[in-house]
Design a protein around this ligand. Structure first.
Ligand SMILES: C[S@@+](CC[C@H](N)C(=O)[O-])C[C@H]1O[C@@H](n2cnc3c(N)ncnc32)[C@H](O)[C@@H]1O
Length: 389
């Protein structure tokens, strides 16, 4: 997509063709093109393709942007890189709580974060090297009736000092990897690191090693419905903890820091098992969950918690332990057959098992459904039959 196409999509003609493209119920791309051509005689073929792609991107974007997706604009890569609305809204809420009234987004892409800042009532300015993305981000602000300004510029040349907060979500040249490879960042890690000396936020991958986080900077791992989405680094006066895990779910948002972590020991297997959220694990706060449920760790090196008491926690999935089954495959198969278990969810931590392969080898038949946890307790391979609580 080019700048001209983004402008055309917003014109009366573009809106009409886009609406017709969105209304087509035709999964086959060639047939969809033909149908749209018939419905809009005289529209050039490349415009039809632009409208069809945009309609498809809007559907794909619903996962990240919910109802807003239907009126937004995207480039395929820009959508892939965009921060989901729930996470960006949380970031904007932190800026609001801090009292920021202006923010500059240094590499705003399609505007995932930019629109969240603007929706939170913060005056938001965005820059990006890519003119098409600038056009798309501008279109998104307009489509959602939001204020803000976007322009083509190199983040490295922008004077960000007049803004209350600077935000940067560097692109990862190496693609989608969730590991931390700062050499592949643009703007580069050195730029992001320097930015964190002021009131700033830098979005990074969940795999960022703790040791590269600059002193005095808060690292916040954020998960949405159990999936870790990012580690946000907060610099200057925005840093309010060292390590933080924030979990977003249906019930809202909950957050935990190292101040909530008195530490916990390894304890014997109790009645309940807790599987901490990925954000908690990445933040190194599993022991905070253990303390929170009045329990301990199953093993010093494994992120499972056990406790006598049943709790519901936003920071962990809870299971009641029904019994301990044999962990050797042959005996385990017999035990599962005996119980009529035909459908099996296999969870594992700290043991070398590929659940799908094991499930196939177990060749289960039967009407019952069950969940097993394969792990180590006190250094020994263990299989627990559990029930989600
Ligand atoms: C990961 S994307 C940002 C996504 C955005 N936060 C969102 O939610 O939609 C990173 C963006 O930074 C831009 N970028 C990379 N280097 C830049 C630079 N030196 N100056 C300005 N923009 C840059 C890329 O073009 C890309 O659009």
């Amino acid at each position: 997509m080019d700048v001209e196409s983004v402008r055309w999509l917003q014109s009366d003609d573009g809106q009409r063709v886009l609406a017709l493209a969105a209304a087509l119920d035709e999964p086959d791309p060639l047939r969809a093109h033909t149908a749209l051509e018939r419905a809009t005689p005289g529209t050039p073929s490349d415009r039809l393709a632009v409208a069809l792609t945009q309609a498809e991107l809007r559907v794909r974007a619903e996962d990240k942007f919910g109802d807003l997706a239907g009126s937004m604009y995207f480039t395929p890569d820009g959508l892939e890189q965009a921060t989901r609305l729930s996470v960006a809204t949380h970031r904007a809420a932190r800026l609001n709580a801090f009292g920021a009234t202006t923010v500059v987004d240094l590499g705003c892409g399609n505007g995932g974060d930019l629109i969240a800042f603007a929706r939170a009532g913060i005056t938001a300015a965005g820059v990006d090297l890519d003119p098409v993305r600038v056009e798309v981000a501008t279109a998104n602000l307009a489509a959602l009736g939001l204020g803000g300004a976007v322009q083509v510029a190199d983040a490295l040349d922008v004077d960000h000092t007049p803004f209350d907060v600077a935000f940067c979500d560097p692109a990862r040249r190496s693609g989608r990897g969730r590991t931390f490879s700062p050499d592949a960042w643009t703007p580069p890690w050195s730029f992001a690191e320097a930015l964190l000396a002021r009131d700033a936020c830098v979005k990074t991958t969940p795999g960022i090693p703790h040791e590269v986080i600059p002193a005095g900077v808060e690292a916040e791992w954020v998960s949405d419905h159990g999936e870790v989405k990012e580690a946000a680094l907060w610099g200057g006066r925005l840093a309010t903890a060292g390590r933080r895990a924030t979990v977003i779910g249906d019930g809202g948002l909950a957050t935990l820091t190292e101040e909530d972590d008195p530490g916990a020991d390894v304890t014997p297997l109790a009645r309940f098992l807790y599987e901490p959220d990925g954000a908690v694990i990445r933040a190194g706060l599993v022991t905070a969950v253990a303390a929170g449920v009045g329990g301990g760790l199953l093993d010093r090196h494994i992120a499972y918690v056990t406790a006598e008491a049943p709790f519901r926690s936003p920071f962990a999935r809870s299971y009641e332990i029904l019994e301990t089954l044999p962990h050797r495959e042959k005996q385990l198969r017999a035990a599962l057959h005996e119980r009529g278990i035909g459908r099996l969810t296999i969870k594992k931590r700290g043991v070398d098992v590929v659940p799908d392969q094991l499930r196939k080898r177990l060749a289960l038949t039967g009407d019952e459904e069950a969940t097993i946890v394969l792990t180590r307790v006190d250094g020994h391979g263990t299989c627990l039959l559990v029930r989600p609580f």
